[in-house]
Design a protein around this ligand. Structure first.
Ligand SMILES: CC(C)(COP(=O)(O)OP(=O)(O)OC[C@H]1O[C@@H](n2cnc3c(N)ncnc32)[C@H](O)[C@@H]1OP(=O)(O)O)[C@@H](O)C(=O)NCCC(=O)NCCS
Length: 146
């Protein structure tokens, strides 16, 4: 049976946090409290399931962007892709693409005309996926050791 994309359920919390913290903890640990933001937009949280096992997820929400910034961005409503992760055993078979396109579709259905995300420079697979889906670079986050 192929991997199926379905809405997040409460009982997915543990495997989602495992996938987040094992493979996508670039800027720190994800906790259950971090997932609370998804309560405001239930269609923004998707999991990939294979035979009852959660093997990937993505979640996002609507950013509260001030009006003058929306004007500058020429946007009416902005969806933030917050985090995604796919189990290494399931990569390069379209799971990440299916998860992200689903989230983007739901953003659009709910009125968003812009999606934004942050991608650490070390997450080269994710960067390749975002490039492939047509995301442009809009900022550089830089560091220098002192
Ligand atoms: C990023 C991630 C979610 C991608 O998941 P995935 O299921 O492997 O992605 P897909 O198979 O749907 O790939 C879709 C496209 O993305 C690009 N891509 C994905 N992984 C790639 C890789 N290792 N090298 C080059 N291109 C890649 C390709 O264009 C690919 O299309 P193709 O397979 O037809 O060439 C997964 O690699 C992951 O969990 N990485 C660690 C966590 C992470 O970086 N999260 C994002 C934080 S910003």
């Amino acid at each position: 049976m192929p991997v199926r994309i379905r809405p997040f359920r409460k009982e997915d919390t543990k495997p989602v946090l495992e996938l987040a913290n094992k493979y996508a903890a670039f800027d720190g640990v994800t906790t259950e409290a971090d997932l609370a933001v998804t309560a405001h937009f239930r269609q923004g949280f998707w999991v990939a399931e294979d035979r009852g096992k959660v093997v990937g997820f993505v979640y996002g929400y609507f950013r509260d962007v001030p009006g003058e910034v929306l004007d500058r961005w020429e946007s009416n409503k902005v969806g933030q892709v917050e985090l995604m992760s796919v189990h290494p055993g399931y990569r390069r078979s379209g799971v990440g693409r299916s998860l992200l396109t689903r989230l983007l579709r739901e953003f659009k259905k709910a009125g968003a005309d812009l999606a934004i995300l942050n991608c650490p420079a070390v997450a080269s697979e994710a960067k390749a996926l975002y490039d492939d889906l047509g995301f442009d670079v809009r900022a550089y986050q830089m560091k220098k050791r002192l």
